[in-house]
Design a binder for this molecule. Structure first.
Ligand SMILES: C[S@@+](CC[C@H](N)C(=O)[O-])C[C@H]1O[C@@H](n2cnc3c(N)ncnc32)[C@H](O)[C@@H]1O
Length: 233
């Protein structure tokens, strides 16, 4: 792979779960843990905001690993998944026949969403294109809608190791939280939070409650940036 080449997730869709399990096994035996964990965080934040969640978009949903958790967290919402990988979406549709999945392409019009969830996608998007993608996502938000982005923490050595050995991360260019916050601000979004997360491996379950006090510490495996669209003037 040459610098600047992009991974085509169509080539990894059939064994995506296996590769993810293999690359993250040092941290968690069950790779579903990551999906549950992130969706639990955004469910809590949405409940605390008191704002209605009627439509949810997962941008870059891949094979749909987060979709059932999103639907469970927001049972009354319409959950839609999009991705550039048509082959990943074929698998997502098989596993989730009740949800809508669309290939991301120019001009795709899905209407507006109350919540947009993006997990481990931006580091696969070339830096020069990231602002344009964030602007597209901002345009898809309802007034007061929120976007929740989870990214690998470039300061965490375990994360760096996982990324450097995972075959589908060969094109990954990790973003520092400041870059992600800048992308949100550049798209006219107001930052709600920046929180480091995924500190404690789930097998150390007695220590898990400590995580909520550690969000400021740049040692979590990932971080979460949440931003909100303003009301139109
Ligand atoms: C590491 S996977 C994460 C999949 C899913 N979000 C998850 O948490 O399991 C990254 C996904 O981002 C998708 N992707 C990469 N660039 C994209 C873009 N510009 N727009 C939408 N999806 C993109 C890939 O096709 C892939 O399915």
């Amino acid at each position: 792979m040459q610098p600047g080449d992009k991974i085509d997730f169509d080539d990894y869709s059939a064994n995506y779960d296996e590769l993810l399990r293999e690359s993250t096994k040092l941290y968690a035996d069950d790779s579903e843990y990551f999906a549950k964990y992130k969706v639990d965080l955004i469910r809590g934040a949405a409940a605390a905001s008191g704002l209605p969640v009627r439509r949810v978009l997962e941008y870059g949903c891949g094979t749909g690993r987060n979709i059932s958790y999103l639907q469970e967290a927001f049972p009354d919402a319409e959950v839609v998944g999009t991705d550039v990988s048509a082959e990943s979406l074929r698998i997502a549709r098989l596993d989730h026949p009740a949800q809508r999945f669309e290939v991301e392409e120019d001009g795709l019009d899905l209407g507006r969403f109350d919540l947009i969830f993006v997990a481990s996608v931006f580091h696969h998007i070339p830096p020069a294109v990231r602002a344009e993608v964030m602007a597209t996502l901002a345009r898809r938000l309802e007034p007061n809608g929120s976007i929740d982005v989870f990214e690998h923490n470039p300061y965490n050595p375990v994360t760096q190791r996982i990324v450097s050995t995972c075959p589908f991360d060969a094109d990954a260019i990790l973003l520092k939280p400041a870059e992600l916050r800048g992308l949100c601000a550049g798209a006219g979004l107001a930052q709600l939070r920046q929180t480091y997360c995924l500190f404690v491996p789930p097998r150390l379950k007695w220590f898990l409650p400590m995580e909520r006090f550690l969000g400021w510490l740049p040692l979590g495996g990932q971080y979460w940036v949440s931003a909100r669209a303003g009301r139109p003037a």
